[in-house]
Every structure is written in C-alpha cells, then in structure tokens.
Design a protein around this ligand. Structure first.
Ligand SMILES: Cc1ncc(COP(=O)(O)O)c(C=O)c1O
Length: 357
C-alpha cells in the first residue's frame, strides 16, 4: 500500500463553479485562468472540466502548446505575452493569443514576419502598476498594433489591484474610469474582471471575464467563505492517521516541542507535511478534519507529517481518515490560519502528491 495522502480533484465541482461564473456574468465570454497547472489541479484535467469556457489563460508557452495539441480550439491567451522574439513562431503555429504589455513586445512583434494574424490583448496599466501601458502610452501602442498587418483581433484589458477588499474601494472606481476613458470610442472588445470583480462588480464584466480562484471553489475574499458564494471545492487533500501518541502533561510533540500538553491527551500523527504542500508555518490551532470531525493541528508541521489533537475524537486511531483541506474543511480557513491565501496552498501542492479524480 502506498503512503495514504492524496489530492482528490472533483471535476464536477470545476464544472459547477464555471456555471456560477456564468450566473454572475451571463453576457460575457469566459476566459478560464488555468495558469500554474490550473492552480495545482492539473492543466489537462481542469481544461477537460472547463471545456465549455470560450477561452483559457495561462503564462506558460509549453502549457499553451500542450493544451492546443490536446485538441482545444478556443482562445488560448498568454497572460504575460512572450519574452523573446523566437516565441512568436510558436504562438503563430499554435494559434495562441498574446498579451502585449510593454514597448519591447510591440517592437518584437513589428520585427517578426508571421504569415498569419495574431490576436492580441493590449494591456493597460490603470493602477495595478505591474504590467501594462500607461494611459499616455496607450493610444500610440494601439496605433502601432493597428498598423501591423500581422495583428488580428485587438482586445483591451486591465487587471484590478483591490477588487478583493470587503467594501468598494476608490481604487476600483478609479481603475474602471481610467480603463473606460482609454477604451471609449475604440470599439474593441474589453476584459477586466478576475474572480473578485466577477462576484462583486458587475460593471466590470464587459466582453471577457477572467476567473481563476472561484473556478477552483475557493474564495477571493478574506471576509466571505466559498460556500457563501455557492462555490464547490475542487481539490480535497485526504490522508490518514499513521500513528497515535499519548502525551502526559508537559510532554512536547514534534520538532522544537512548540506544543506541550496541558493534560494527558492523545495525538494522531498524520501522513502529510510541507513536502506535500501543507504550509509549514500553520500554527497550533489550524483546523483539520479527523473522521469528518473538526479538530486542530498541534506542534510544528514537519516535512512528511503533522500532529492532530484527538482529545475529543476518542474513536480515532491508526487508519482514521483525515481531511487537510477541501470538502468540509475550506482551504481558505487553513490558509488564513497559516497567514496566507487559498491560492498559495492550491498552487503549492507538491509534485509527489498522488492525484485522483
Ligand atoms: C491577468 C489576470 N487575470 C485574471 C486572473 C485570475 O484571478 P483570480 O484567480 O483572482 O480570479 C489573474 C490571476 O492572478 C491574472 O493575473
């Protein structure tokens, strides 16, 4: 028998969450964001479940090529575009769409001699200050693209810095205004909204929405749980108890004895540690399910194991199932306890994890 930890990917949850996107943005095309191996869920596995999306977005050229070779015919967008002129041949050959976000990319595009036409997403920096042309640079960039016979459809896009905040920030309004001002009168398709904006700001939906985290059933908001948003977790990490220890008062458990028992108690040792993708910085008290019942981890997470408090779960012993996160144990809660976000835990799933569907 192999080590009992595995990540269960629920394809129907991915499909369901796509329907939630459609419910919120019924008039927009959906560009499913499947970068970082579909946020840890597996590129081709996720693409199959999300096959009804009108497009896919990612960063990795090789992943985009794999997706096209797997037979997907919809728009496949490279969110950071290309980094070297040599990639343009691949982009053309595989009919990929590319973001253009800086002048060097415009120059490379002008210097290349593609036979066909490339569809581009021209990125505007409306306040995120990460990628994109400034409002001043935008008209000239657009003219350069329009004058290039190798450019096909141009879509204008931007990305929000603070759409995930609990109340509407001025930042969203300001970014939206800048974007609309720049795009006005251009009669080009537009794309702005990530998951948070899809869920809270319908005025940002436009022609293409770009959901990521909500497709995987996690919440983009710190103050709203995924189930309140009617999202279903697509990844559940399951393991088992592989040993049980009885601690006497003042006994410590694990490296550094960062947890000491206040009274006699049973502790379960779970096959699952930071080399599986469980966050090492998750402190004592981080929630976890043992046999479907909520308890807490105790002590420091080690490379391959962690410890759980079995004080209230008398029936638990070697072989008892444990849910690290997923169905019944929102990844966002585990992440919050560890001082991070669900995105990071999903993406950090270790290559050694056995994936089952
Ligand atoms: C440009 C762009 N659009 C959309 C997304 C999807 O964001 P989210 O996962 O918050 O929905 C991302 C993710 O970081 C992104 O970089």
């Amino acid at each position: 028998m192999s080590r009992p930890i595995q990540a269960l990917i629920d394809l129907s949850a991915l499909e369901y969450n796509l329907s939630v996107v459609r419910r919120h943005a019924p008039n927009s095309r959906v560009m499913a964001v499947i970068k970082a191996d579909a946020y840890g869920h597996g590129l081709l596995r996720a693409a199959e479940a999300l096959a009804r999306a009108e497009g896919f977005a990612m960063l990795e050229l090789n992943a985009a090529v794999r997706l096209r070779e797997a037979g997907y015919r919809q728009t496949i967008l490279l969110l950071e575009g290309f980094f070297d002129i040599s990639e343009l041949g691949w982009i053309e050959q595989y009919h990929l769409s590319t973001v253009i976000h800086h002048r060097e990319q415009l120059a490379m595009l002008s210097a290349s001699r593609p036979r066909g036409k490339l569809d581009v997403f021209l990125k505007l920096n409306t306040g995120m200050n990460r990628l994109g042309f400034t409002l001043d640079e935008f008209p000239a960039a657009l003219e350069t693209l329009k004058a290039n016979p190798a450019v096909g459809q141009i879509t204008v896009m931007t990305h929000f810095a603070r759409a995930d905040e609990s109340c509407r920030s001025e930042s969203i309004t300001a970014q939206l205004q800048r974007f609309n001002t720049a795009a006005e009168g251009r009669y080009l398709p537009r794309s702005m909204a990530n998951s948070a904006a899809i869920l809270r700001f319908p005025e940002t939906h436009a022609d293409w929405v770009r959901p990521g985290i909500m497709l995987y059933g996690a919440s983009p908001f710190a103050d709203t749980a995924a189930d309140e948003l009617d999202l279903h977790p697509a990844m559940t990490v399951l393991s088992k108890i592989i040993a049980v220890q009885t601690l006497e008062p003042r006994d410590g458990v694990g490296y550094g004895h960062t947890f000491r028992a206040g009274r006699s108690m049973r502790v379960g040792i779970v096959a699952g540690g930071y080399a599986d993708g469980y966050p090492r910085h998750a402190p004592t008290g981080t929630p976890i399910l043992v046999n479907g019942r909520r308890t807490r981890i105790v002590g420091r997470v080690s490379m391959d194991m962690l410890h759980v408090d079995l004080s209230e779960i008398e029936s638990a012993g070697v072989g008892t199932p444990v849910t690290l996160w997923g169905k019944g144990m929102p990844v966002d809660e585990v992440a919050q306890s560890a001082g991070t976000v669900g995105y990071e835990l999903l993406c950090a799933l270790a290559p050694r994890m056995q994936i089952v569907t």
